[in-house]
Design a protein around this ligand. Structure first.
Ligand SMILES: N[C@@H](CCC(=O)N[C@@H](CS)C(=O)NCC(=O)O)C(=O)O
Length: 315
């Protein structure tokens, strides 16, 4: 991680934890919003007007948070509006690296070797982790936002005047329910799989494992009535946020994170739901199982040998 703009060599991909060994996720530090006219969004400051070609997304295919943003870029038809760089899936002792693995990019935009260099470009005195996703402004050469929940929401509406957009992922009439379900899915599933994987006490692991499978059971029965998506016929941002965890479940969380009561495949509604979303135009291009396995299984603290499992090959 960075401390006052300097990368710490003894960086470990072990995350912060509380006194009972529970994993704690850090908060994102850049929270500005792209808006149609450049006015400030719900957080941060203004000056980031929606313009074609001005913004760039840095992602890792391994990362569910980055994949949310990448998926929304596809669903909203923003491929020609926002450019993308994919980092190497294997975390190094310098954090995320550009190049050096099939299907990844060099940083053609800024010529950085590591993601942390972009953070210090944006703020030479920054302290914190150099996470993906990063939404970069080519014009002012800074990070607009590094919080995927914000990025998902701004990409849903900011570019409406520039491209003919896909589905409204945050319709006003569902906003309240979306916020509530987002929170539940984040706490009990998106983040709980990490809490299980990075737990450093049996108690913390048991607690996280319990939350993961209670949430999966709950969501499996929500889909019992045959609905296509969480809120019925309409795909929303909540589906995006759930999908990115489900699509990684059998390949990474079941094995490496010890979430092994059952696979996703054994939950017929959720499995069919995952495949339904995967089949939507553009979505499959945002899912790379090889990167997901290579990335998660490169976390030395959890898998010291670095051996990557062969299966599963299918979602
Ligand atoms: N709040 C962030 C979390 C992003 C995040 O945790 N990304 C992970 C990869 S999945 C990362 O970059 N980790 C590197 C690190 O923590 O140093 C978001 O949702 O955008």
């Amino acid at each position: 991680m960075l401390v006052n703009g300097v990368w710490q060599e003894n960086w470990q991909p072990v995350q912060a934890k509380d006194e009972d060994g529970r994993f704690i996720r850090q908060t994102s530090s850049f929270r500005n919003w792209i808006t149609p006219d450049g006015a400030p969004g719900p957080t941060g400051s203004g000056g980031f007007k929606a313009e074609k070609g001005r913004y760039h997304l840095y992602v890792a295919y391994i990362c569910p948070w980055a994949s949310r943003a990448l998926m929304v870029r596809e669903l909203k038809g923003l491929q020609d509006v926002i450019s993308v760089t994919v980092v190497n899936p294997r975390l190094t002792d310098q954090g995320w690296q550009f190049g050096g693995y099939p299907g990844v990019d060099e940083d053609a935009l800024n010529g950085a070797r590591y993601m942390h260099e972009l953070y210090t470009l944006a703020d030479p005195q920054i302290s914190g982790r150099a996470t993906v996703p990063v939404l970069w402004d080519k014009q002012t050469e800074t990070i607009v936002n590094n919080e995927s929940a914000d990025i998902v929401r701004m990409l849903n509406s900011a570019f409406a005047g520039i491209v003919d957009q896909g589905p409204d992922l945050y319709p006003q009439d569902l906003a309240g329910e979306i916020n509530v379900l987002n929170e539940y899915i984040y706490t009990d599933l998106n983040n709980s799989v990490y809490q299980a994987g990075f737990a450093s006490s049996q108690e913390a692991y048991d607690e996280a494992y319990g939350k993961v499978f209670a949430a999966l059971d709950e969501l499996e029965s929500r889909l019992n009535d045959g609905r296509a998506y969480l809120f019925g016929d309409r795909l929303t941002e909540t589906d995006v946020r759930l999908f990115v965890t489900l699509v990684r479940f059998d390949a990474a969380y079941h094995g490496l994170f010890k979430c092994n009561r059952n696979t996703l495949r054994a939950m017929p509604n959720l499995h069919a739901y995952t495949r339904r979303i995967l089949a939507l135009e553009g979505v499959a291009s945002t899912v790379n199982i090889d990167h997901i396995k290579a990335g998660y299984y490169s976390i030395k603290a959890l898998n010291p040998t670095g051996i990557v499992p062969v299966g599963p090959s299918e979602i």
